[in-house]
Design a protein around this ligand. Structure first.
Ligand code: PRF
Length: 375
């Protein structure tokens, strides 16, 4: 994998770049639609390519390991061959999912024992087993196995947890050195910076990660209940230390406003379930604010769902989408998901254009308030 930094904003830490993987290029800043089980919920790949213009999608090791399972994925020749998505894929390591999804789990130096959310069966993830699994899934970018501690963890817990994440990172690196990609193309490991909301832990974590010289680096453990301002502060602390010439990925973030604030602070990559999950719940994102399409006020509004923020081909009126949600039609969720993903991809693409033009901060200030409105 290669990262070429293109433009840096004179007034902030925002930048543009190009990541080149064996499955193609990713222009940063970028938003990555979440395809947990190898499918972006409610959105066909054709729509993902042509309407949403997704350049990379995300899969989850935890879910794919449980279903369809490694045997099938290996027999298919990896996830790209299995699901037919020929562009880049990133897999999260399962660290976050194991901690957030499974009630029963046992954490130890060795790894994490958990019960499947599907059938209750017992499994153990270790840094070594997760690297082997990510080899079998075959994503272009693979995340290290980390512990994402709860947002309100004590300093003591956060420090102890960070130590574990660091030792696990070393074990991930060792395991990758011992093994090779299975399908003839390269895989890049991204380490994850943890450290909760403690500045000194975040700096230490960022230095530790920077020293590894990885192809890209991630910031985890944020957007887990801490105030937004604290999240921005942590991003600043970490990005002051992470290398400038490698992509930086902020995991699981966020709202359109969060994304612009993080781009301003030097983040290049994002993923979040918000556009699809909220879409399924009848919420649309636009440059003018968010809309709840179940609201009666759209009942007879025959204007298109979004005129300026989203250049997709779906000619849908607000009234029609309102009707589809009220009638419980599957199509309502599909349209809302496609619209929201297209909007998120449009947002990062607009950010990129304004960084290139040199007026990113001015543009950001002019749109950010509207984005948070409820219409
Ligand atoms: N670690 C991993 N995946 C994640 C996170 C993390 O901390 C987050 C936190 N926002 C989202 N996804 N491995």
């Amino acid at each position: 994998m290669k990262f070429e930094l293109q433009h840096t904003d004179p007034a902030s830490d925002a930048r543009t770049g190009i990541i080149t993987t064996d499955h193609g290029e990713i222009k940063t800043p970028i938003f990555m639609p979440v395809g947990t089980v190898g499918s972006v919920k409610g959105v066909h790949f054709e729509e993902l390519r042509k309407q949403v213009k997704a350049q990379i999608i995300l899969g989850n090791t935890y879910h794919l390991y449980l279903r369809p399972g490694l045997e099938i994925l290996k027999a298919a020749g990896g996830l790209h061959k299995f699901n037919g998505w020929e562009r880049p894929i990133l897999t999260d390591s399962g660290g976050f999912q194991v901690f957030s999804l499974t009630g029963i789990r046992k954490l130890s130096e060795e790894g994490c024992e958990f019960r499947s959310h599907i059938d209750g069966s017992k499994h153990i993830f270790t840094p070594e087993s997760v690297m082997n699994t990510e080899r079998v899934i075959g994503a272009d970018i693979i995340m290290a196995f980390d512990e994402c501690p709860p947002g309100k963890s004590s300093y003591e817990y956060a420090k102890k947890s960070l130590g574990l994440t660091q030792r696990w990172l070393d074990r991930c690196i060792k395991q990758l050195e011992k093994t090779s990609p299975l399908y003839g193309y390269n895989q890049s490991l991204f380490p994850i910076v943890q450290g909760c909301t403690y500045k000194d832990l975040r700096s230490e974590a960022a230095k530790f990660v920077a020293d590894k010289g990885a192809d890209g680096n991630a910031i985890g453990g944020l957007a887990v209940g801490e105030p937004t301002e604290v999240m921005y502060e942590m991003i600043e602390v970490v990005n002051n230390i992470l290398p400038k010439d490698k992509p930086r990925y902020l995991m699981g973030v966020g709202t359109p406003q969060n994304i612009l604030e993080a781009i301003e602070r030097g983040v290049d990559m994002f993923d979040c379930v918000m556009p699809t999950r909220n879409g399924r719940n009848s919420m649309l994102f636009t440059y003018n604010g968010t809309m709840n399409m179940r609201n009666k006020k759209w009942e007879a509004d025959f204007s298109p769902i979004d005129i300026d923020g989203c250049d997709i081909d779906i000619i849908t009126t607000k009234a029609y989408l309102h009707h589809l949600f009220k009638a419980g039609e599957l199509l309502a969720m599909q349209i809302a998901s496609i619209h929201n993903l297209a909007f998120y991809l449009r947002l990062v693409s607009d950010a990129r254009k304004h960084i290139e033009k040199g007026d990113f901060t001015m543009w950001k200030s002019s749109v950010i308030e509207q984005l948070g409105r409820r219409i």
